[in-house]
Write a protein that binds this ligand. Sequence first.
Ligand code: SF4
Length: 344
Amino acid sequence: MKKISYNNMELKELEDFFVSIDEKKFRAEQLFVGLHNKNYFDLDEFTNISKELKLKLEDYGNINKSEIFKVFKSKLDKTRKYLIKLNDGNIIESVYMEYSSHNTICISSQVGCKMGCTFCASTKQKFVRNLEPSELLNQIYLIQKDVGKRISNIVLMGIGEPLDNYDNVIKFIRLISNKKGYNISIRNITLSTCGIVPKIYELADENLPINITISLHNPFDNERKQIMPIGNRYSIGDIIKATKYYFQKTGRRISFEYTLIEGENDSYIHAKELRRILRGLNCHVNLIPLNKIKEFNKNSSNKESINKFKSYLDDFGITTTIRTSLGQDIDGACGQLRAAHNFN
Ligand code: SF4
């Protein structure tokens, strides 16, 4: 029988479990606080749990551990990129970014990705499996220990499509924002999706008002499908409708990521269409210069075209920023580190 992992469980589940093994409910809270507030990875670290109870807990379950496999430190800024080894040997990537006002970690949600976006390094390796809630949490707990600083913001933008691992991601968000645990504000969590429409509606109804970012990259369905196969399942119109619903339910402004590819999606016509589809939506557009990977033979729009595209959108009244890439000396785009190490 597969053992349960205590760090996959919400407090209520732990309490029910403790009662089921004839232990006091408050013991469950001690375990929960140790795991998620003090970030213990081992039962030996608990001084408030008796030896006897530790042995009993070891019989029924374990703490699902991950470990830092390799760290790449930028010489240009304080960015650190991590390869993290899961307990089955799979490797994922996470990135730590330090700003003057906050510290952010970009985490992975799956080993590999099924979505097949042509410009993305993550998709070049096959999908292996979903991450468990504890494996999402461990990325934060391990990195915060390594950098010695509290993490204030989380972005689910690493390897994988978070809405394709919906239940585990929702559980992770509930665990990381639990006031008795790590207690990260829900409003400091951002999830990026390629646009799995039914899951956007489901998320809107969860009463978890996190920020969402849509990977759009092209305002025309026929062109978007060429680089993002998900476009064959859900049209841009469907995505925009879902984001309107999300905003209505959560009050959170929607962000759109738009990677600029030379000669492909950086024309005035594209900016104009973007204005048309985003009309009436409380949103923000984040322009991203393409991070070149060898499997996608296109170039990023140059600086001048990027600024021009931004000025079109500014003129149309769309709030737009250009993303500055941190840690450019340590292999930019998500999935590139893992691919470079040939872990599948
Ligand atoms: S961009 Fe995101 S959804 Fe698309 S293949 Fe990469 S990780 Fe998956």
